[in-house]
Design a protein around this ligand. Structure first.
Ligand code: AMP
Length: 637
C-alpha cells in the first residue's frame, strides 16, 4: 500500500501531473493549455486558458442526474423556518437572482457585496454572482457599520445584497440601519441595494437606491441566465480578513483553481461523496462557510445543510436531532461550539440516532485535548482537526479521511495532522527562514507555489500581498502563515498561536488593531492596547487597556463601570458585538519599548497570570505595575 508520505511527495514533485489529473473533476468549457504558470513568483496561476464557472459546476452540471435530489436544506431555530431546495429548484432560484442582478445593472467583473444573515438567499446571491461573473464579497452579518464601510470602500461594489434583520438567541438584529450608516460613511460610489424582507424588522427604502428582492425578482421567475465562462484565474470572490493593521485585507480567490482544490478536498480530506449530506455549522461570512457550506458540497453533488441558530437552542440536543432527522453524514464546526456543548447534559446526544454520521470535522482555532477527548468519547465517531486560514481556502494540515488505498498515519492528540498534498509546508526560523529541526518551535511557512485554491493576491494591491505574506524571511521566499508551530519527526505539526496581533475569539479571527482603533474613537480615550487573553470557552477573548485623556474620570468605581459600558458600545456600533472586549481596564500608562512599540505580549502574559518575559527594551517598568493593579493582581501602592 502507498504511504501518505509518498502520496504527498508525488503532489509536490510533479504538481502538473497531480493537479492536471485532479482538474478532471470539474467541467471546463474550454480546456486549459497549461496546468501551472510559476514564471512570476510569488504569484501562481493555475489551469491557464481554461474557462469554467463555479455556479455551473455547483448546480447545472448535476441537473441531469440529481435534479430531484436536495441541494440545500435550510433550518433556522431562530425563526422556526425550514426550507428545502432540490438541485432543480436551486437552479431556478439562482437564475432568478442572477437575472435580477443583471437587470439592476451588475456586469461581469463588478463586485457584489453580500451582508446577510444565514438565509438561503445569501447562498443564492453568492451563486448568482458566480453565474454572471461578478465578484462576490460576503461580509459577516455580525459585523457593524464601521467594518462594513471599510469593506465597501475597498471593494466598491455595484450592488449590495442584504436583508432586514438577523436573529441571535431570539433577539432580532436589524441590519438595514447598519447598512444605511455604512453607506453614509463610505467614500465609494453609491451602489444599488437589493433587500430580502424576512418580516423581522422595519425596512424603510431609499427611493432610487433600494429595491425589495420580492419586487425586483418578480419579472424574472422563469428566466434562464447563461453562465459567464471565466478564465480560470479571473477573480471569483473577495473575502476580507484581519491582519496586523487596522485595514482589512481583501483575500482574492480565483475560479478554476478554487473549484479543483475544493472538489479534491471534499473527497480526499473529508471523504464526501455525491448524495451525502453535509452540515457545516459556520457562517457564510467566514471562509469555512464559503468553502464547506456553499461550494465544496455542491461541487460534489452533495446536500448541504445551512443553519441559523445556536447549538444550544432550544436545547443542547438540537444538532444531534438534526443529524438523525436529516441523516447527516459529515459535520463540520469550530471547537468553541463543542466547548459550549460540553456544558450540556451528554444524555441529549445519546437520545438521537447518530448512525448516519461518519465523522466530525473541527477547524478555525486550536482544538484543546480535553475537548477533543470529550467529543470523541461522547460521539464515538472519528473527530478530525484541520488547520487552515482564510488565505488558503482549504486545509493545510489534517489526516485525510477519503484517500482509499493510501496508508494514513494514526492521529496524535494535540496536532491537527500532517501537511496536506499540494502544500510544501515547513516550520522555519522566524528571521532567517531556515528549516527548524524536529521539535523546535518556528513559524509555519509554505514554499512557492501555493497549491490551487489559495489566495491569488490582495484585492487591488499586489504589492501588499508580496510585502505582507512573502517578505518575512531573510534568506528565503516563502509564504508566512503567521502561526507558530512545531513539527515532530513523523511530520505532525502542532499549532502554537499567532506570531502577529491577530486573535481568535470563538473561532472568529479579529485584529487587535481594529479593536484599538474603534476604542480610540471614544473622545475620552487617549491611548489603548488590546490583547488576546486565554479563555476556557472561547479560546481567546479581547481585553482592552485604556489610558484616559482625563484619568480622574475613572477614579470612582461607578464612573469606571459607566465608561466601560460606553466603550464597549462604541465597539459594538463600529465593529459589532463579536469584537467587543470581554473587559476594559483603565491604566495611567501603557508598557512600551523605548522606540514606542506597545508591549502587547507582556500585557497578555500578565492578563493570563504568566510572567511577562523579556523586558530589556521596556521604557518604564512602572507601566507593568499599572497593568497588574488594573487586573487586581497588585495594590496601587
Ligand atoms: P481564519 O482565517 O479566520 O480561518 O483564521 C485562521 C487562523 O485560525 C489560523 O492562522 C490559526 O491561527 C487559527 N486556526 C485555524 N485552524 C486551526 C486549527 N485547527 N488549530 C489551531 N489553530 C487554527
Amino acid at each position: 500500500m502507498t504511504t501518505y508520505c509518498n502520496f504527498h511527495a508525488r503532489s509536490i514533485a510533479d504538481p502538473t501531473e497531480f493537479w492536471g489529473t485532479e482538474a478532471e473533476r470539474i467541467h471546463w468549457h474550454t480546456p486549459f493549455t497549461q496546468v501551472l504558470d510559476d514564471s512570476r513568483p510569488p504569484f501562481a496561476r493555475w489551469f491557464i486558458g481554461g474557462t469554467t464557472n463555479l455556479c455551473y459546476n455547483a448546480i447545472d452540471r448535476h441537473l441531469p442526474e440529481r435534479g430531484a435530489q436536495e441541494a440545500l436544506i435550510y433550518i433556522s431555530t431562530e425563526t422556526g423556518a425550514e426550507r428545502r431546495f432540490t438541485y432543480a429548484q436551486i437552479f431556478a432560484e439562482v437564475n432568478r437572482m442572477a437575472a435580477t442582478m443583471l437587470a439592476m445593472g451588475v456586469q461581469r467583473g463588478d463586485r457584489v457585496l453580500i451582508y446577510m444573515p444565514m438565509i438561503p438567499e445569501a447562498m443564492l446571491a453568492m451563486l448568482a454572482s458566480a453565474r454572471i461573473g461578478a465578484i462576490h464579497s460576503v461580509v459577516f452579518g455580525g459585523f457593524a457599520a464601521g467594518n462594513l464601510a471599510s469593506r465597501i470602500d475597498d471593494a466598491q461594489p455595484a450592488l449590495i445584497v442584504s436583508a432586514d434583520a438577523g436573529s441571535r438567541a431570539g433577539r432580532v438584529i436589524p441590519y438595514k440601519p447598519l447598512l444605511d450608516e455604512a453607506l453614509l460613511e463610505t467614500r465609494a460610489p453609491q451602489p444599488k441595494v437589493l433587500l430580502v424582507d424576512r418580516g423581522l424588522a422595519p425596512l424603510p427604502l431609499f427611493e432610487g437606491r433600494d429595491a425589495l428582492y420580492a419586487d425586483a425578482s418578480a419579472p424574472h421567475g422563469d428566466t434562464i441566465v447563461a453562465c459567464a465562462w471565466l478564465e480560470s484565474n479571473e477573480a471569483s470572490y473577495i473575502l476580507y480578513t484581519s491582519g496586523t493593521t487596522g485595514r482589512p485585507k481583501g483575500v482574492q480567490r480565483d475560479v478554476g483553481g478554487y473549484a479543483v482544490a475544493l472538489a479534491t478536498s471534499i473527497d480526499y480530506l473529508f471523504g464526501g461523496k455525491a448524495g451525502d449530506v453535509m452540515f457545516t455549522a459556520s457562517d457564510i461570512g467566514w471562509v469555512v462557510g464559503h468553502s464547506y457550506i456553499v461550494y465544496a458540497p455542491l461541487l460534489a453533488g452533495m446536500t448541504t445543510v445551512m443553519y441559523e441558530g445556536l447549538p444550544v437552542r432550544p436545547d443542547g440536543g438540537v444538532w444531534w436531532r438534526m443529524v438523525e432527522r436529516l441523516k447527516i453524514n459529515l459535520m463540520f464546526t469550530a471547537p468553541t461550539a463543542i466547548r459550549v456543548l460540553k456544558k450540556q447534559d451528554p444524555a441529549l446526544m445519546r437520545m438521537s440516532d447518530l448512525s448516519s454520521l461518519r465523522a466530525l470535522f473541527l477547524a478555525g482555532e486550536p482544538l484543546d485535548e480535553p475537548t477533543a477527548h470529550w467529543i470523541e468519547r461522547a460521539l464515538d465517531k472519528p473527530v478530525v482537526d484541520n488547520y487552515w486560514q482564510t488565505e488558503t481556502g482549504w486545509p493545510m494540515l489534517t489526516l485525510p479521511r477519503g484517500l482509499d488505498g493510501i496508508d494514513i498515519p494514526p492521529a496524535k492528540l494535540g496536532a491537527p495532522g500532517v501537511p496536506v498534498y499540494g502544500y510544501q509546508l515547513s516550520v522555519c526560523n522566524e528571521r532567517t527562514g531556515e528549516r527548524c529541526a524536529a521539535g523546535q518551535k518556528g513559524v509555519i511557512a509554505l514554499d512557492y507555489p501555493l497549491p490551487p485554491g489559495c489566495m491569488s493576491t490582495i484585492w487591488g494591491d499586489d504589492e501588499r500581498y508580496v510585502k505582507t505574506y512573502w517578505s518575512n524571511f531573510l534568506g528565503r521566499v516563502a509564504y508566512s502563515t503567521f502561526d507558530w508551530g512545531v513539527q515532530d519527526g513523523d511530520g505532525f505539526v502542532t499549532i502554537l498561536g499567532r506570531t502577529d496581533d491577530v486573535i481568535n475569539v470563538a473561532g472568529h479571527r479579529l485584529g487587535t488593531r481594529e479593536i484599538e482603533e474603534s476604542l480610540s474613537r471614544h473622545p475620552a480615550v487617549a491611548e489603548v492596547a488590546v490583547v488576546g487573553v486565554r479563555d476556557s470557552l472561547k479560546g481567546q477573548v479581547a481585553f482592552g487597556f485604556v489610558v484616559l485623556r482625563d484619568p480622574a474620570r475613572a477614579e470612582e468605581a461607578m464612573d469606571r463601570l459607566a465608561l466601560e459600558g460606553e466603550l464597549m458600545q462604541t465597539v459594538d456600533r463600529q465593529l459589532g458585538s463579536v469584537a467587543r472586549p470581554a473587559r476594559v481596564l483603565f491604566v495611567g500608562l501603557l508598557p512600551k519599548t523605548r522606540s514606542g512599540k506597545l508591549l502587547r505580549r507582556a500585557i497578555a502574559a500578565l492578563a493570563e497570570g504568566r510572567e511577562p518575559g523579556d523586558l530589556t527594551t521596556i521604557e518604564d517598568p512602572g507601566a507593568l505595575h499599572q497593568i497588574r493593579v488594573a487586573l487586581g493582581l497588585a495594590s496601587p501602592t
